[in-house]
Design a protein around this ligand. Structure first.
Ligand code: UDP
Ligand code: MG
Length: 319
């Protein structure tokens, strides 16, 4: 650590959050103030807000705060890149600006901001990654609840053992941020990365509150995109399943083929298995298309990574 008390950077991704931001910034500054009064963090600790291409007043609010208080810093994206990119940008920027640990929290403060203290305590005790685990999902829609459970179960089966009800409310040390730089993947799946990187990890349970104002910025398509990226970037098990399935299909086809030839030669049967033929055709056709889809997802992942486009582009930055 650069000094006895760690510098904490709070990273906040914001997309059209004008309704929440005034309150959020004030509350988080208050948290920093209290924690530094208690002697847990340095008074140089700061907020870093990433405006993910908002079309509302979000950036004006951030710059107004910055003018009054240099501890409010931030950057504005040239367009919307999505919440994961905003988080990565936040982590990379605070690493460059200087900090001993960084914690990410949503702009709507659905996560309890006062639990930040517990995260810092775990960091002081020596953890490099402190992951927030949600106590309940009462504030989520039924669809979000079920899809989240399915996603974590699937990831578990596929080998990426991310704890259930994991969230992006997490504290990471400077060391973890340095290691993140070694992962050049453009579509880095943060929850998977921080979980498997191998650093000392601690957990903090926290309550989820209803959104302060405005609407959730996540829709069905964005959630599915996040889940598919998580699976394809952290597991090749689906590809293996496809190969095994291909092998089984080939074997079954061989048996059916052999049986048909056998009947033809020895029993001279007329072709009366029309229904069976159609059934098998549909069955195998369906499986093949499904497998092609799975492979397609991986090809897509390779395609996006190979193009090596920038993860995000900052328009302006307030340091
Ligand atoms: N967010 C973002 N870019 C996006 C979507 C969301 O930076 O494209 C931010 C958003 O401003 C918030 C956080 O990500 O700070 C979580 O979003 P939200 O609260 O809408 O998601 P939910 O809590 O409903 O899952
Ligand atoms: Mg939210």
């Amino acid at each position: 650590m650069s000094e006895s008390k760690p510098i904490l950077a709070i990273v906040i991704p914001c997309f059209n959050e004008e309704l929440c931001l005034n309150t959020t910034i004030q509350k988080l500054l208050e948290v920093l103030h209290v924690l530094s009064d208690k002697g847990k963090i340095s008074e140089k600790s700061y907020l870093y807000l990433v405006d993910d291409g908002s079309s509302d007043n979000t950036w004006n609010i951030i710059s107004d705060f910055h003018q009054k208080n240099p501890l409010v810093k931030g950057a504005k994206f040239i367009r919307n890149f999505g919440n994961q990119k905003a988080l990565i940008a936040g982590y990379e920027s605070v690493r460059a600006l200087g900090c001993d640990c960084a914690i990410s929290i949503d702009a709507d403060l659905q996560q309890d901001e006062w639990s930040i203290e517990k995260f810092v305590d775990k960091f002081i005790e020596g953890a490099d990654i402190v992951s927030g685990i949600r106590n309940s999902r009462d504030t989520d829609t039924l669809f979000k609840k079920t899809s989240a459970v399915l996603f974590y179960k699937l990831m578990y089966v596929l080998g990426a053992k991310i704890p259930m009800n994991h969230s992006d409310f997490r504290l990471v040390s400077k060391k973890a941020l340095d290691i993140m730089e070694l992962y050049p993947e453009k579509y880095l799946f943060l929850r998977g990365f921080f979980n498997e990187v191998g650093l000392k990890t601690a957990y903090v349970n926290f309550d989820v509150k209803p959104r302060m104002a405005g609407e959730s910025k996540f829709n069905f398509v964005k959630l599915m995109g996040l889940a598919l990226n998580g699976i394809t970037s952290f597991s090749v098990v689906p590809l293996r399943i496809v190969s095994v399935l291909g092998f089984i299909m080939a074997f079954v086809s061989f048996l059916i083929g052999a049986e048909t030839v056998f009947e033809k030669i020895f029993f001279h049967n007329t072709p009366n298995g029309w229904a069976t033929t159609i059934l098998l055709l549909c069955f195998f056709g369906g499986i093949q298309i499904c497998c092609l889809g799975v492979i397609g997802e991986y090809v897509g992942q390779v395609y996006r990574e190979v193009k090596a486009r920038p993860r995000y582009i900052k328009d302006t930055e307030l340091k």
